[in-house]
Design a protein around this ligand. Structure first.
Ligand SMILES: *[C@@H]1O[C@H](CO)[C@@H](O)[C@H](O)[C@H]1NC(C)=O
Ligand SMILES: *[C@@H]1O[C@H](CO)[C@@H](O)[C@H](O)[C@H]1NC(C)=O
Ligand SMILES: *[C@@H]1O[C@H](CO)[C@@H](O)[C@H](O)[C@H]1NC(C)=O
Ligand SMILES: *[C@@H]1O[C@H](CO)[C@@H](O)[C@H](O)[C@H]1NC(C)=O
Ligand SMILES: *[C@@H]1O[C@H](CO)[C@@H](O)[C@H](O)[C@H]1NC(C)=O
Length: 311
């Protein structure tokens, strides 16, 4: 049995690697880095505890979530990043948004090497946006904010004043809407061909976020009658009604196979330090609501700019 499972796992790794099409159906996922990722996940046994992470939601007055000892994934950190990503009136700050993804990647890695592989693709996406943000900070053009290049840049003192003083949150990539405006005005978004624009990359993350949101929502769901469904089934269903629409037949098959290896429900209790389904539901509902808020804002921004189908 053990040997069989291992062989099946190895085949899956190859399928997923060769598929190379996970998030968007492109070629930015090479065999080499894929296999490296697999080794990395097998080796990973870290038990790091972050100490600065209490997530209180001041808007709903819910109690803070506490750290869950012994877990790399911290649900309290995830929620606090998500809450921190909300910007007035309907924007999303990219830095906490990407930090939320860091935590979600840990979540996926905890589900085993198969789903962990998927998370590698997510990591390449988050690092593309981080790289763009770094480059834009270095470039003098972007220094004055998103609109500098639109008009005559000899008069950018006004824009500069608005931006300077927010320290780390400066630059063309500080929020979703600013990034969209900047990339559009610089002609960086290609509506017909695949590029590594921030907008296009965000769209890939955005689609994956819907899948995770739906999966967590299904996990939180507690039917009054009948027994609880297996996380494996729930994850596959969530996938089929979200990400699968954007994937080729080949990737869909590989992904669905990967979800078979998902852990049982008790694993998720331990992961967020709860005793039973009732408590799991409470915690996950908060996560789902926080994701929903960010998802809706991003969706609106992308939709308003006709970016829901970027290649
Ligand atoms: C957490 O941080 C506080 C101060 O910020 C420190 O006194 C304490 O030792 C830290 N605990 C752990 C487990 O690192
Ligand atoms: C910007 O304004 C200056 C002075 O008003 C003018 O000399 C220059 O040609 C303008 N540049 C552009 C690109 O419009
Ligand atoms: C630059 O913009 C500011 C504020 O928008 C305006 O008051 C100022 O007159 C402008 N300067 C020039 C040279 O156009
Ligand atoms: C779940 O666990 C909590 C705390 O241990 C307990 O108070 C509650 O009654 C339990 N609920 C169910 C449905 O078992
Ligand atoms: C997000 O939008 C959907 C559909 O418009 C809505 O049903 C849902 O309540 C919204 N969620 C949040 C958290 O705002």
């Amino acid at each position: 049995m053990g040997v069989k499972r291992k062989a099946a796992a190895a085949i899956l790794v190859l399928l997923l690697c060769l598929g190379s099409l996970w998030i968007q159906g492109g070629l930015d996922y090479h065999l080499h880095s894929c296999l490296k990722g697999y080794n990395h996940i097998n080796k990973y046994q870290l038990h790091q505890l972050s100490n600065s992470s209490e997530a209180g939601d001041e808007t709903t007055g819910l109690p803070v979530l506490s750290l869950c000892p012994g877990q790399k994934f911290q649900v309290s950190l995830l929620v606090s990043h998500l809450l921190a990503a909300r910007a007035y009136p309907s924007d999303v700050l990219l830095q906490p948004y990407l930090s939320s993804w860091d935590e979600l990647v840990k979540f996926m890695e905890s589900l085993g090497p198969m789903v962990g592989l998927i998370s590698k693709e997510i990591e390449t996406k988050t690092s593309i946006i981080r790289q763009l943000a770094l480059l834009s900070e270095k470039s003098p053009d972007a220094e004055f904010g998103p609109d500098a290049h639109l008009g005559n840049s000899t008069n950018s003192t006004a824009q500069k004043k608005n931006v300077v003083g927010v320290s780390q949150d400066t630059g063309a990539y500080r929020s979703v809407r600013i990034m969209i405006r900047t990339e559009l005005s610089q002609g960086l978004v290609d509506f017909n061909h695949q590029t590594d624009s921030g907008c296009r990359t965000l769209l890939r993350l955005h689609r994956a976020l819907l899948w995770l949101k739906l999966f967590l929502h299904k996990l939180a769901d507690t039917p009054t009658t009948g027994r609880l469904r297996s996380p494996s089934d729930l994850c596959r269903e969530a996938y089929q009604s979200t990400l699968a629409h954007h994937h080729t037949w080949f990737v869909r098959r590989a992904a669905e196979l990967a979800f078979i290896a998902l852990p049982e429900r008790v694993f998720f209790y331990r992961l967020v330090c709860v005793q039973n389904q009732t408590e799991l539901s409470v915690v996950l509902t908060r996560v789902v609501n926080a994701i929903g808020e960010i998802y809706n804002r991003t969706q609106k921004a992308l939709e308003e700019n006709g970016m829901l189908d970027l290649p």
